[in-house]
Write a protein that binds this ligand. Structure first.
Ligand code: PAF
Length: 283
């Protein structure tokens, strides 16, 4: 696996891969890889002749009181894991190379990022879409793979690609879960054993809503309430939101007529976790 740190060198590499007829897949990550990331990389490997993974803990998507400094990092382990799924190039820039002094351009998807996680993390999605736009311009991928666990991020990236005519296909991939249902996340490493047990309430709550939907419940408020009750039943979880929204544009709905997403954000101890499941359609 080749490691490239410089954006200019990455651009040159991608340009010549394209000229040689290569198809490039990009898996953007902030590292501390788990099976969810690896599933994206395997799919990228299947689709493209050149598989690029990026590892960049993007400072602009963290708020001032968030976990940028403590975000888990283990580059050696990440490199070993990337080798197992045959990543060709790891793009791992320094923050100073991604945001040289004087940078003043942002990419912002407005409506879609206002609610849900956008409401409690001001500036977060602006940081995400800005860095993803930069990664697209640097890596020049034909495909970019994103996990559905970060559902609002996936919607925002799709919207950005549509609005700004990026010539890249966004490939969404299903959330990968531990055997007991916990959605995989690098932030799960923050959880103590007791918190890890409490965190199971998120997937249980989503399953409760899915079950009610399967039994014919279509009221968005009712479905959200069913999820909330399950989420709060065992304690140890501070709910930030439980919402049932349109699965494509995340707008509020009264009844589920087209695919909808049940989305949850909650704190377990000091760790903020998110999870979601789609009702009535593929993710
Ligand atoms: O999902 C993530 O890990 C990050 O938000 C991403 C897409 C790599 C952008 O920094």
């Amino acid at each position: 696996m080749k490691i490239i740190e410089s954006p200019a060198e990455m651009q040159r590499f991608s340009e010549s891969a394209r000229l040689a007829g290569g198809r490039i897949a990009l898996v953007p990550t902030m590292g501390y890889l788990h099976e969810g990331h690896l599933s994206l990389m395997r799919e990228g490997r299947r689709r493209a002749s050149v598989l690029v993974a990026s590892l960049f803990v993007n400072p602009t998507q963290f708020g001032p009181r968030e976990d940028l400094d403590s975000y888990p990092r283990d580059m050696e382990r990440d490199c070993r894991l990337m080798e197992t799924v045959a990543v060709d190039v790891l793009f791992a820039p320094q923050a100073s190379a991604m945001y040289p002094p004087g940078a003043q351009t942002w990419v912002e998807v407005t409506e879609l990022t206002r609610d849900l996680c956008g409401a409690s993390r001001p500036g977060h999605f602006r940081g995400v879409t800005t860095v993803v736009a930069k990664l697209f311009n640097i890596v020049k991928p034909h495909y970019a793979l994103f996990g559905a666990k970060d559902y609002q991020q996936l919607c925002a990236v799709r919207q950005m690609v549509r609005d700004l005519n990026f010539d890249v296909e966004i490939v969404p991939m299903p959330t990968v879960r531990e055997e007991d249902g916990l959605a995989m996340s690098s932030r799960n490493s923050y959880l103590s054993a007791a918190e890890r047990t409490a965190a199971l309430s998120l997937s249980r709550a989503l399953q409760a809503a899915c079950k009610a939907f399967a039994h014919g419940e279509r009221g968005a408020g009712r479905l959200a309430q069913i999820a909330r009750l399950e989420l709060e039943r065992m304690g140890g979880v501070a709910v930030e939101y439980v919402e049932v929204r349109d699965a494509v544009d995340l707008r509020e709905i009264a009844t589920v007529q087209a695919p909808a997403v049940v989305a949850i954000a909650a704190r377990v101890g000091r760790t903020r976790l998110i999870d979601n499941m789609v009702l009535g359609g593929a993710e």
